[in-house]
Design a protein around this ligand. Sequence first.
Ligand code: ZN
Ligand code: ZN
Length: 380
Amino acid sequence: MPRFFLPYLGLCALLLLPIAGFSQAHTHQAATPVEFPDIPGYLTLTTDLHQHTVFSDGSVWPDIRVMEALREGLDAISLTEHLEYQPHQADIPHPDRNRSFEIAMEEARDHELILIHGSEITRSAPMGHSNAIFITDANALLAGAPEVPFREAKNQGAFIFWNHPAWYAQSPQGNPVLSDFQKARIRDGELHGIEVINTTDYSEEALELALKEGLTILGTSDIHGLIDWDYTEKGNHRPITLVFAKARDAESLKEALFAKRTVAVYNGLWVGREEWLQPLLRASVSIKEAGYLPGSQILKIVLENQTSSDLLFENTMPYTFYSSSPVFEIPSRGTYTLQVKTLEIRDSLELQLKALGAYTAPKEHPVISWKVVVPAHPGN
Ligand SMILES: [Zn+2]
Ligand SMILES: [Zn+2]
């Protein structure tokens, strides 16, 4: 052994001692976790419920998915391996299709990450791909006619959603086509949600379907490689679903998904029903400061964005702005200062802004109101 290896070995032994002692307390925190405020009455859970590992056509071991989720500060994930598509099976045979979940759980349980047992039912069009999550046994979903796994998943108490409905490989126009098969699944209570955002694709047509058919709105990464390579190192966060739950546990998450209390998010793009986007946006921006510029009727308001998304707004008040475009962005975790020409000194103002990055329906943005109270000032 060359002599220079000796000090190396000594150093390694020193390093290993404290690491071994901390094995139960290790963390996977990152500098820029996703952040969203809770809304009145509910906790806001950040979730990515569609992901792959080497146990189907992904490229990583299941524990990496858990660590990626922790690095981004997510509350819940699901590993949804293709049941029928198994390109690595010659190298990684696994007759028990629950293994991906079980291996991930060994890592997740140390960190209070909510891990949801799921699988992707993978069929050709017109059936398409669907995720069944909150299942109890993936093996039982494996065989049978197309409707059999849906019936079985429903019997297991699963929440089932239509994946990438606009995927051009199955729908060449890049638009979702609701088949008779899927209509029957919705009718029979075997299809409850739909992805309106899958990877980087937002489908307005999928949003329209969600609203028309009463389906839960979801956004997912459908990650196969690394979250870092596909999203983080490009300055993005992965697409996620915000779920408004009564508590931070799997049962509450499931209840909220069935109750359609969700908003799909990809960076500054937020898609959801009006009743959930409204309180979320209101809680996401806080009034840091308000006061009149000396000797003027111009009200200075400092807005602070509490989230990890940049938020784009347009003024919809009768009052116009001084020294600002009517369209402006509040950067993630940053502030923006408005100067509103209120024409007379007021002690409060109903600030009204249209959220241009948020959609309640195709091409429809919510308008959000905040009550701005102006503290009394001797100069005014
Ligand atoms: Zn798929
Ligand atoms: Zn997938």
